[in-house]
Design a protein around this ligand. Structure first.
Ligand code: HAM
Length: 418
């Protein structure tokens, strides 16, 4: 029984150091932009996730009946919980809300590189404004994070589009409503499935071959000028995207961002701007994804409130950093190792450790008889700054020996000065 459930991870201390480092960077980028942290339970009622459009995510639910016969599920994503929280305080929250969280999410999916059955997902969302400036602010949060961990616009591209592109195209063909969200879910899989399979699925949905060709042509567009030509003059998609790119320009982060009509996202609830970050080589799956979802609350029985946000998993990004040699070498946060050189000095070592801890230093007290050689190895392994030695001679004079592990310098210090 030394193995955990398939697709789940254990975090040993060295893994935990890295995870904390990553989460600190998530948190810093959020706080720098004025977001506040929130949390919600990992267990929710299953119906929070029952949506009818055939998304992958609803087929991957970890759901079960609890002992009171309630149908519950482990959250596959945070957005429905956030929507539930906002709805519960509808009217009582000062808008706009700018909140972030780093929840663990569960999806029963095929495990592969960068994809597990649980992952931690940094969520950053803004509720209560329809302004496209909110979407631009989210992209700035992303860029701040990437820069913070040592990535540049040469490594990463944030691809942006709007669901309104496809909505306008389908609308001009008289196709509206549910078929639109379902079409988005299918075309989102374009880079994972063959074009034959995509075409079959689109025609199963009722699209004739002319519509399929039109969809494919529009989704192939990669610059705003061509988009402008493909859509009507008064296209809302085009004018909103132009505003978004202007704002991105003002942030000074244009080199990170590209228009790409093939970005539609695989979740049903997106309504406007959508974006994903990818590594430029295209080796990995999307690093993160998000967009505007102005109509989610009404699907949950509430009154709609505009919202936009993204989810950013902890797995693909670590794979990418590993490949680029950008994983930081982190050591534990221990200042001093206190070691008694014989068992008679153990209680003295306790006193010394206690006074160092009282003064705010982090101390690892050696709890059993160990040789000096071991202490040096141990200090090196955990990256401690100093060794504090209790030896019979020195202690008889109420002194301890201190070895600075960086410089190798040794000194003596009296107990009262510690
Ligand atoms: P999503 O695209 O399903 O969106 O997931 C967002 C990100 O979470 C992905 O780009 C990926 O980094 C990570 N992720 C998802 N599933 C897995 C997995 N099985 N293993 C590893 N990483 C994974 C959402 O979940 C939306 N709720 C995001 C959002 C927030 N939209 C608006 N606000």
């Amino acid at each position: 029984m030394s193995q955990g459930v398939r697709g789940t991870r254990d975090f040993y201390p060295e893994d935990m150091r890295l995870r904390n480092w990553l989460f600190d960077n998530f948190t810093n980028a959020s706080l720098l932009h004025g977001f506040e942290e929130y949390d919600a339970p990992v267990l929710e009622y299953e119906e929070l996730y029952t949506r009818k459009q055939g998304e992958e995510i609803t087929q991957q639910l970890y759901s079960f009946q609890d002992k009171g016969n309630r149908k519950v599920a482990l959250r596959p994503e945070m957005t429905p919980s956030l929507a539930r929280m906002v709805m519960a305080r509808a009217g009582g929250l000062p808008m706009p809300i700018k909140w972030f969280s780093i929840p663990q999410c569960w999806r029963y999916e095929r495990t592969q590189r960068g994809r597990g059955r649980e992952h931690y997902q940094w969520n950053v969302d803004i509720w209560g404004t329809t302004e496209i400036s909110a979407d631009a602010e989210l992209i700035s949060v992303l860029v701040t994070f990437f820069e913070g961990i040592g990535l540049t616009a040469k490594d990463i591209v944030i691809r942006v589009s709007s669901r309104k592109v496809l909505e306008e195209v389908l609308g001009s063909l008289g196709l509206e409503g549910d078929i639109f969200a379902q079409t988005c879910i299918i075309v989102d899989k374009m880079d994972k499935l063959s074009s034959d399979v995509i075409e079959d699925q689109l025609s199963d949905l009722g699209h004739d071959s002319k519509v399929v060709t039109t969809i494919q042509a529009v989704l192939g567009i990669k610059d705003m000028n061509s988009l402008q030509k493909a859509l009507k003059d008064e296209s809302v998609a085009v004018s909103e995207l132009n505003l978004l790119f202007d704002a991105i320009d003002s942030y000074g982060i244009s080199e990170w961002v590209e228009f790409d009509a093939s970005i539609v996202r695989g979740l049903a609830y997106y309504t406007g701007a959508v974006f994903e970050a990818h590594d430029r080589t295209g080796e990995f799956r999307a690093i993160c994804g998000g967009g505007r979802y102005d109509k989610l609350l009404s699907t949950l029985g509430g009154k709609d409130l505009p919202a936009t946000g993204f989810g950013f998993g902890d797995m693909v990004i670590m794979e990418l950093l590993a490949e680029k040699g950008l994983i930081p070498e982190l050591v534990s946060d221990i200042d001093d190792i206190v070691i008694p050189l014989n068992s008679d000095l153990r209680n003295a070592a306790v006193m010394v450790a206690a006074s160092l801890r009282n003064s705010g230093r982090t101390v690892d007290l050696v709890l059993e008889d160990k040789k000096m050689k071991w202490a040096f190895k141990h200090a090196e392994r955990i990256g401690a700054a100093r060794l504090v030695l209790l030896a019979p001679d020195e202690w008889s004079r109420k002194m301890v020996k201190i070895k600075d592990l960086d410089t190798g310098e040794e000194s003596e210090i009296s107990l009262k000065d510690i």
